[in-house]
Design a protein. Sequence first.
Length: 81
Amino acid sequence: MTDAWCACPPSGKLVLRHLAERSFEAGREYSEQEVNDRLRVWCEGGGIDHVTLRRYLVDLHHLDRQDGVYRRSPEDTALLD
């Protein structure tokens, strides 16, 4: 990943962690549409789209995805360094 969000550790990763914690309740399942709707709010007026943001959250283990269902990952599995 070379985008500015993830290329500036740890601040970019901390921002993504904060976003996941503020947007997604632990233990709750979300459809892809629900994830997209929640992420669009964070993208308004910015230089990143909700699809890219969703990919970063999955790649950094802030969200788990299985069979089209998303869940916020346990804190100890998220990549911060």
